[in-house]
Design a protein around this ligand. Structure first.
Ligand code: DP6
Length: 346
């Protein structure tokens, strides 16, 4: 049997997924940009066996990792109805990230999407039927979603939509879709500098985080806001309106954190330096007229989004004005990427 290796990217949400219902379906649609330099590489080697049940071992960044192996085992059990052949093989799985584990970048999207791409490829190589799915990507997104919601979006490059919205006819809660055909060229050259304000482990797990939206006093209003922002963002992306993009993206980031701050229990995930960086970015935009903006995920780090044509000016600004607020002065220069890449079939 061949080994299968995929590289799959992290993504940064522009309209945020925050709140979910069973089975791992979003309370509102989200749109994200897939990155290029922040990715997970995963290899699966199937080996024939005679025992029953799921069997695997998992090596993370060169070391056997029993805790992760257990999580993968329970994930594989949950997707067994879609890949019944998995019980016929022992799986040697190994994985590594391009970004440091402690960087505070969520790895679940890149990790689960890389794993899902490998599983779908394995199914194809074994000539197994893929069920009701129209394309391998559709199935991979469906499977990745069951592992981590945001991973559904990492199956495609550029801009991706996950969740049903009247703004886009072919949109689904079960898997993400590629929306690049509706995106203006100005948005195809975007960059994302990830400012590592705090490199610690996340203060709130995504499971706990999403559950904070159950019985949240502002939940219904927040889900409507996200729906409205999806509609607006579609038109913005289509027409290349960079000024309006800035407004929506920053509003979404702050709404996400507002939800966390006003939930019970409440979480303040921004650090003092998060606010310093945000202020600096807004000042920079005022002074230069460059439509650069920030977004946040569920942590203190800041994603600084800007048009590629301004790279030189922005990078100089990051180095001199923003890096002093980053832990050990560290940041990651990333940009829009092309989605998962099949690396090896050896
Ligand atoms: C704040 O996808 O990590 O990054 O489905 O429980 O794995 P699970 O959650 P996860 O949540 C991502 C939350 C977010 C916003 C987003 O990426 O849309």
């Amino acid at each position: 049997m061949h080994k299968i290796t995929y590289r799959s990217p992290a993504n940064i949400a522009l309209v945020k997924y925050w709140g979910k219902k069973k089975p791992q379906l979003p309370m509102n649609p989200s749109i994200s940009m897939s990155l290029k330099n922040s990715y997970t590489e995963t290899t699966i080697e199937p080996v024939g066996k005679t025992t029953t049940g799921i069997s695997l071992n998992f090596v993370f960044e060169g070391k056997e990792n029993k805790a992760f192996a257990q999580r993968i085992e329970s994930f594989l059990s949950s997707v067994l109805p879609y890949f019944p052949f998995l019980v016929d093989y022992h799986l040697n799985i190994s994985s590594s990230n391009s970004f440091p584990h402690s960087s505070g970048i969520a790895s679940s999207a890149s990790a689960m999407s890389a794993l899902a791409m490998c599983l779908v490829r394995l199914e194809q190589q074994l000539d197994e039927p893929n069920g009701v799915f129209e394309t391998p990507e559709q199935k991979a997104s469906f499977i990745a979603r069951l592992g981590s919601g945001s991973a559904a979006r990492s199956i495609y490059g550029g801009y991706t939509l996950w969740g049903e919205t009247p703004s886009y006819a072919k949109s689904f809660d079960e898997y993400a879709v590629d929306i690049n055909a509706s995106v203006h060229p100005v948005f195809q050259e975007y960059k994302d500098a990830i400012l590592l304000v705090s490199q610690g482990v996340k203060k709130v797990s995504s499971t706990v985080g999403h559950s904070l939206m159950n019985n949240h006093p502002f939940a219904e209003r927040r889900f409507r806001q996200a729906q409205d922002n999806i509609t607006k963002l579609f038109s913005i992306l289509e027409h290349g309106n960079q000024k309006a993009f800035v407004d929506i993206v920053e509003e979404e980031a702050l709404s996400l954190h507002a939800m966390m701050m006003t939930s019970s229990p409440s979480f303040i995930l921004m650090a003092p330096n998060t606010l310093h960086v945000i202020e600096k970015i807004r000042e920079f935009r005022e002074n230069t007229g460059i439509p650069a903006c920030f977004t946040l995920d569920a942590g203190a780090n800041v994603h600084f989004l800007y048009p590629g044509e301004h790279t030189a000016t922005v990078e100089q600004f990051i180095q001199s004005e923003l890096s002093p607020y980053c832990q050990d002065g560290k940041y990651i220069l990333d940009e829009i990427g092309e989605g998962p890449e099949f690396l090896l079939n050896a």
